[in-house]
Design a protein around this ligand. Structure first.
Ligand SMILES: NC(=O)c1ccc[n+]([C@@H]2O[C@H](COP(=O)([O-])OP(=O)(O)OC[C@H]3O[C@@H](n4cnc5c(N)ncnc54)[C@H](O)[C@@H]3O)[C@@H](O)[C@H]2O)c1
Length: 317
């Protein structure tokens, strides 16, 4: 299957991510059917898709007619077997439980055409373990999106042990065609690349906070007003090249021994959890969120990202 032969797709699991992936596919002119086990979730997904399209339009990342056209490509159903019976490409986005995903993959394998590619949006599970539930491991591949999936350009295309080169390429090409910036991850490692890097940074941030070096606000400010700005343009390896390898070796030699190498969830985080400081929903976590409305706060973060993306697009034109 080549990417330009993919004309219709099915997204199984119409939650936060499923809705976002539906928008991405629909904007690429691909007919998308969203499947869920709960009709309320299908309705919520439609509302989220419309809101995402409105936001993309408001920030001029798509034209108004593109937003209107996109929704005409979208359908929703509870009947998975019927939805996938003629499909070219399935994106699985059900909750992150291995047994559930394996059950869904086994069913998809039985119900979808033999040539169809089955891709999972899992953030942490093994692609090979999902492929093992099917008789087509060569056509099973990861497509890890980053929330909000309509905004952040990255998709990690993850190779399982049995994934064929054709499947990797077709999936990569499809996301390119949909305007994303996919990256091929050639080994099925926990956390792929994105979450490994993200959590390496947060492990150190938590260790600094727990040892009282600075407040949570100050630690976040160091990233947001410091290397975080640069990271959006210059990746960590390019930055090492800019600095030069002699300096990198010196710094690594003196610094790495004192960095956190904890091999478990930090006790500080477990303590917060035990105290009910679960994060934004409780308005208490590492930071005190006062009387913030979680929905409004998340929307504000999304709008900041959209504004940055628009700026980036304009400066690259
Ligand atoms: N939320 C994130 O930040 C994020 C980021 C990247 C990847 N992911 C991954 O995306 C996947 C989905 O996450 P989410 O945040 O969208 O979850 P979610 O809970 O918002 O959505 C999951 C949806 O799947 C539906 N569902 C459950 N069982 C089903 C079944 N058997 N068939 C069809 N639908 C079923 C649920 O009703 C729900 O609507 C997970 O694998 C998650 O790890 C999430």
């Amino acid at each position: 299957m080549q990417a330009n032969a993919i004309h219709n797709a099915t997204v199984v699991g119409a939650g936060l991510m499923g809705a976002d992936i539906g928008v991405v596919l629909a904007l690429a002119g691909i007919a998308v059917t969203l499947v869920d086990i709960d009709s309320n979730r299908l309705e919520l997904a439609e509302a989220r898709m419309r809101a995402s399209l409105d936001a993309l339009g408001e920030f001029e990342l798509i034209a108004p007619e593109q937003a209107d056209a996109a929704m005409t490509h979208v359908d929703g159903t509870l009947d998975r077997a019927a939805a996938v019976s003629q499909t070219d490409f399935v994106v699985e986005s059900v909750p992150e439980y291995l047994a559930l995903k394996q059950e869904v993959f086994a069913a998809l394998d039985a119900e979808a055409p033999p040539a169809a590619i089955l891709t999972s949006n899992t953030s942490s599970l093994s692609i090979s373990a999902l492929a093992a539930a099917t008789r087509r491991p060569d056509r099973v591949v990861g497509s890890h999106f980053i929330l909000p999936g309509t905004v952040l350009p990255l998709v990690e295309v993850v190779r399982g042990d049995g994934t064929s080169d054709d499947t990797m390429q077709a999936t990569y090409d499809l996301w390119r065609r949909a305007g994303k910036q996919p990256v091929k991850v050639q080994q099925d490692i926990p956390g792929f690349i994105h979450n490994r890097l993200q959590h390496a940074l947060s492990r150190e941030a938590i260790a600094l906070w727990a040892s009282g070096v600075a407040t949570a606000e100050e630690i976040d400010a160091v990233v947001v007003n410091g290397f975080g700005l640069r990271l959006a343009r210059v990746g960590p390896l390019a930055q090492r090249d800019l600095g030069g390898m002699a300096m990198n070796v010196t710094i690594a030699t003196t610094l790495y021994p004192s960095l956190s190498n904890l091999a478990d969830a930090p006790q500080a985080m477990k303590d917060l959890l035990a105290q009910g400081a679960v994060g934004l929903e409780a308005r208490r976590g590492f930071r005190d969120w006062g009387d913030a409305d979680p929905r409004v706060t998340r929307r504000e973060v999304e709008r900041t990202l959209l504004a940055d993306l628009l700026h980036r697009q304009r400066t690259e034109e």
